[in-house]
Write a protein that binds this ligand. Structure first.
Ligand SMILES: *Cc1c(COP(=O)(O)O)cnc(C)c1O
Length: 348
């Protein structure tokens, strides 16, 4: 393919630097790397290689197929945990690739049997995945020596949310059913809630890709990816003319506009309409009118030298992920998987 014009570049050094930031935050605890969902759209191969070179030795994916792919990149030694557990038709692949399922129920513990080492997820209040607290004692009898006992916080992005302390306490109580087991509770945001939340391992995902995950007060992390698209045409638009579908936006004065090769076919969400922007030479160029399939129109007033063929940045150092996500009314998670993920697939 490679027919579409928007380009994504991933910066492995930024991913490595962000991992080191979390490894420092982890103190004595281990720092894993979450590379599920194709490393949040950036490409699991490149991300896993960058993390491995930074020193990461524990990886988390969602499915056995994702795990097999990471195994190819990182080699035999690192631990690869599969968060969605073990479905009956995944058991063979899990064994073959020496992946560790994170078992989520008594039924999964029974299914897995003694097929290999496994981890255990305890539900402490999120009601998404995990063994419910009522079943923890029985789980401890069935699988007394899990490689890792973990849980996941629902509200870690909000410092001081009462759920955090409540889930932590439930986790500590549940862990008594597995004496000596290694424990893990925190993802990117949880790792910033203080030492009490670090246990034996933290599991950052989004932080590795450039956003620390807190509602406010995020530390600056390195931009792991840049997305650019080229200007196809410059136009001088007289006052009173309109831009794009629906003629929703009018020029209230003579304007210079740039038509850029980016649209929802590239995962550039229609909800950027009215609030999105591109960046050229340090200047922010607001979107004019609606996003369309392959094109957006930008107000080029602030970039007088912009010309056809120039690249405009839509995600990266000039267009930080947190602000870009806010402009589309979504979170960095969705910007990476949807926008970055689509641009990447389109250029593969
Ligand atoms: C996705 C996920 C993580 C990583 O979360 P981030 O917020 O991206 O750091 C960690 N643990 C579990 C169980 C997850 O599902």
């Amino acid at each position: 393919m490679g027919a579409r014009l928007a380009r994504l570049t991933v910066n492995p050094d930024a991913i490595a630097a962000n991992w080191r930031w979390f490894a420092r935050a982890a103190g004595k605890a281990d720092c894993a790397g979450v590379v599920k969902a194709d490393a949040y759209g950036l490409g699991a191969d490149a991300a896993a290689a960058a993390l491995l070179s930074a020193g990461c030795r524990s990886f988390f994916v969602a499915t056995a197929v994702e795990g097999a792919r990471v195994r190819d990149v990182v080699g035999a030694a690192p631990n690869i945990y599969v968060l969605n557990g073990a479905a009956p038709d995944e058991v063979r692949l899990l064994q073959q690739e020496e992946l560790m399922p994170v078992l989520n129920s008594l039924a999964q513990i029974a299914l897995w049997g003694d097929a290999g080492p496994a981890a255990l997820h305890i539900d402490t209040g999120m009601n998404r995945l995990g063994i419910s607290p009522d079943d923890v004692v029985e789980a401890g009898l069935l699988l007394p020596k899990p490689k890792l006992v973990m849980s996941h916080l629902a509200c870690a992005s909000t410092r001081g949310h009462e759920m955090n302390a409540r889930q932590r306490a439930a986790f500590v109580t549940a862990s008594h059913a597995f004496p000596g087991a290694k424990l893990s509770l925190a993802a990117s945001a949880g790792a910033q809630l203080g030492e009490d939340y670090l246990f034996d391992m933290i599991r950052p995902g989004i932080g590795l890709y450039g956003w620390a995950g807190m509602d406010d007060g995020n530390p600056p992390l390195a931009a792991a990816t840049t997305i650019t698209a080229p200007v196809l045409q410059m136009r001088d638009v007289p006052a009173g003319e309109s831009f794009g579908y629906g003629a929703t936006k009018r020029a209230d004065k003579p304007m210079r506009a740039a038509t850029v090769a980016l649209g929802y076919a590239d995962g550039f969400l229609r909800s950027f309409t009215g609030s999105g922007y591109g960046v050229s030479g340090g200047a922010r160029l607001p979107l004019l009118g609606r996003v369309s399939m392959d094109l957006v129109i930008l107000d080029a007033t602030a970039a007088p030298d912009l010309k056809a063929g120039d690249e405009v940045e839509f995600l990266g150092e000039g267009a930080p992920i947190e602000e870009v996500a806010r402009a589309a009314g979504t979170l960095p998670y969705e910007i990476l998987t949807t926008f970055a993920g689509t641009v990447r697939k389109n250029q593969a």
